[in-house]
Write a protein that binds this ligand. Structure first.
Ligand SMILES: *[C@@H]1O[C@H](CO)[C@@H](O)[C@H](O)[C@H]1NC(C)=O
Ligand SMILES: *[C@@H]1O[C@H](CO)[C@@H](O)[C@H](O)[C@H]1NC(C)=O
Length: 381
């Protein structure tokens, strides 16, 4: 569906003979760390027909220049920008329509709000904020833009799980299998010194409540909510700190209830020695099982359906959520900038409210753990 939409736009642009630079939205990449360079830089390379990366910004000149050098290969005019001055230049540049932010969670929202107020469309990395109060405050400022009579830009959050083909397929199968009554989510993340994010400073900041459990946990909650088609309403959880080389907490065990009647457990460990992510969903007409899997050297998820009647079926979907969500954003920006669409029509899978719910569930788990496992209601964002 997504690819069709994007191809459709490509055709439209082709037919209009409008493939020149002027008709493609200009984008700036804010942040040039590990994830930005390994995921966003190649994603934009595949998107050169839809968007032009005009600038790479980082707090430090060195990092910005290193990032821009990677982009130069396919976007020769890309500029390196750094520091406060560089950021102001990007906000003032009328040829830059949107920004993608890959910055530490603690500083990201401030830059997001500044970008939105400068009229730039935004795609920011998850988590959307470090806690619910902060997200609400940012949303209030976003709504003020609309209240001032200006058409607000798109504000999208990159969390990729809602774009993963296998997880979308699993959600369809769960819907077909009828009321879902139980789900078991396991995430063994084996975060050790071999992992490029192990030494990430911002995830280790003692002021960030949740550490890796917040940063990675939003993904597993996003997958759970997508696959089970409901909202988590109540949680009881115990968080623990086992591995001294990791920031606390590194383990979380939660029991939860959803608004569609489903109950379940979520176990997350960053100190495990094994690596696995799985969702096992029990429905009235069958069981849907989703596990991290490698097929033909591609990493992704294997979805299996074990029905009450008839034959079982399986589907392997390789990971494509990150490039797909960036593509969807570029497409949405193009439709708003050059077409007649508004920001409210942007892909809802990347919406702030979806991403906010994921943070709210993790926050409720941490609160419950602080209260010795008492039942906590998940806040709405
Ligand atoms: C931490 O999570 C792992 C993986 O689920 C589990 O094996 C381990 O028992 C957990 N530890 C605690 C103390 O919850
Ligand atoms: C880190 O975990 C991975 C996955 O379980 C494992 O293959 C690797 O050997 C571990 N590295 C270290 C340094 O423990």
């Amino acid at each position: 569906m997504l690819n069709d939409e994007v191809n459709h736009t490509a055709n439209r642009i082709d037919k209009a003979g409008a493939m020149d630079e002027q008709q493609k939205p200009g984008i700036a990449l804010l942040g040039a760390g590990v994830f930005a360079c390994s995921q966003y830089v190649p994603a934009f390379k595949a998107l050169t027909h839809f968007a032009t990366l005009r600038a790479v910004w980082s707090r430090s000149q060195e990092t910005a220049m290193e990032g821009a050098l990677l982009v130069k290969e396919y976007s020769p005019d890309v500029q390196a920008k750094w520091g406060e001055e560089g950021l102001e230049e990007i906000f003032a540049d009328q040829s830059i329509h949107g920004v993608t932010l890959v910055l530490p969670a603690q500083v990201q929202l401030d830059v997001v709000i500044r970008a939105l107020k400068a009229g730039k469309h935004v795609l920011q990395e998850k988590p959307v904020g470090t806690n619910v109060a902060e997200i609400r405050n940012a949303l209030k400022q976003y709504h003020e833009i609309a209240a001032s009579g200006v058409q607000p830009p798109i504000w999208a959050v990159a969390e990729n799980y809602r774009f993963e083909p296998a997880l979308m397929e699993a959600a369809k199968w769960v819907k077909e299998a009828g009321p879902v009554f139980s789900v078991h989510v396991t995430a063994e993340a084996a975060m050790n010194s071999s992992n490029p994010y192990f030494s990430s400073t911002w995830r280790r900041d003692p002021g960030l409540k949740g550490g890796f459990v917040l940063d990675g946990g939003v993904h597993f909650v996003a997958g759970l909510r997508l696959i089970c088609g409901g909202e988590v309403t109540l949680v009881s959880a115990v968080a623990r700190h086992l591995e001294p080389t990791l920031p606390p907490p590194d383990n979380l065990s939660a029991l939860f209830q959803m608004d569609n009647g489903c109950t379940g457990t979520l176990t997350m460990s960053y100190s495990s020695v094994t690596k696995q992510v799985g969702f096992r969903v029990l429905c009235s007409k069958g069981t849907v099982d989703v596990q991290r899997h490698t097929q033909d050297k591609k990493h992704g998820y294997l979805v299996q359906y074990f029905p009450l009647e008839g034959k079982s079926k399986k589907f392997f979907g390789a990971f494509s959520g990150v490039p797909d969500e960036i593509k969807a954003f570029a497409n949405d920006v193009s439709n708003v900038v050059f077409g007649s669409k508004t920001s409210s029509e942007a892909d809802s899978r990347s919406s702030v409210s979806e991403a906010g719910f994921d943070v709210a569930v993790i926050e409720a788990c941490l609160k419950s753990s602080d209260a010795k496992g008492s039942v906590v209601s998940v806040e709405t964002v």
